[in-house]
Ligand binder design. Structure first.
Ligand code: KIV
Ligand code: NA
Length: 276
């Protein structure tokens, strides 16, 4: 299992860190079989596997339920779990209780929180001190999409760029083990990467981050119809699965399935009920 020290070494050696989201047993199993270094149980699960319109509807119970399934599928892969919307913004006490609950019940290796408000920085420090590693998440932070005014590139002017760099330094100082940078101009992500000691993991943040993360269902085109600009698709499960299900439907209709090799055949016809 990867450790914080491995992450640090990978940054120093420019050995790119690979991360993908997973939400259930089969996706986690595939990710581990492929040799991914880190799995994120993202609250994007609300959209990609539960069909919600944003991450705002995702609950603590959802994260625990899916997190446990992922750990069963990828017991040997470093797994980070998102703290969901409003589970770390009410009071420090409640945030710590919620973090402990997710961490203990899922057997995860780290938790992720969005933003760098004073409260969140304080939480990152408290969790790190208590032994719960934290991954920070800056730039486009989907849980506050309703305040940001949409899914847009962040850090686009001088003030916003300075603020983002400052926040990245702050989360590192507070003990975060890594920071996800989402939808940030490539050049700004490079500057941030070069100015902080912890690895940056980019999504829509260019090639110069220390690592990359993408959503499982996006790179496989699985259940999603529209891909954001920063996604590259590596397969098309939508097409494969619709074609396969169509073939199944037509073979059933045409009585081409099931064949005898898919059936249990009675060896002794004498034992069958006699309807005479
Ligand atoms: O929830 C998620 O999938 C994420 C990644 C996009 C970084 O937070
Ligand atoms: Na997320």
């Amino acid at each position: 299992m990867l450790t914080r020290l491995d992450l640090h070494k990978m940054k120093q050696n420019n050995d790119k860190i690979t991360m993908i989201t997973a939400y259930d047993y089969p996706s986690a199993k595939s990710a581990e079989a492929a040799g991914i270094e880190m799995i994120l149980v993202g609250d994007s699960l609300g959209m990609v596997v539960l069909g919600y319109s944003s991450t705002v509807q995702v609950t603590l119970e959802d994260m625990i339920h899916h997190g446990r399934a992922v750990k069963r599928g990828a017991p040997n892969t470093f797994t980070v779990i998102d703290m969901p919307f409003m589970s770390y913004h009410v009071s420090l006490e409640e945030s710590l209780t919620n973090a402990r609950e997710i961490f203990q019940k899922t057997d995860a290796q780290a938790l992720k929180v969005e933003g760098a408000t004073e409260e969140t920085l304080h939480l990152i420090r408290r969790l790190s001190d208590a032994g719960i590693p934290v991954v920070a998440h800056l730039g486009l932070t989907p849980q506050t999409v309703n305040v940001l005014g949409g899914y847009k590139v962040q850090g686009k002017d001088k003030v916003a760029a300075e603020k983002l760099l400052k926040e990245a330094k702050q989360v590192a100082e507070c003990g975060a083990i890594s920071v996800v940078l989402e939808c940030v101009p490539k050049e700004l992500a490079e500057i941030i990467t070069n100015h902080i000691a912890i690895p940056t993991i980019g999504i829509g943040a260019g090639i110069n981050c220390d690592g990359q993360v993408l959503v499982y269902h996006d790179i496989l085109e699985y259940g999603v119809d529209r891909l954001p600009k920063f996604v590259k698709s590596y397969a098309n499960i939508n097409e494969t699965s619709v074609a396969a299900i169509k073939a199944y439907i037509s073979e059933v209709k045409e009585e081409l399935f099931p064949l005898d090799k898919h059936s249990f055949i009675s060896k002794d016809k004498e034992i069958l009920p006699n309807l005479k």
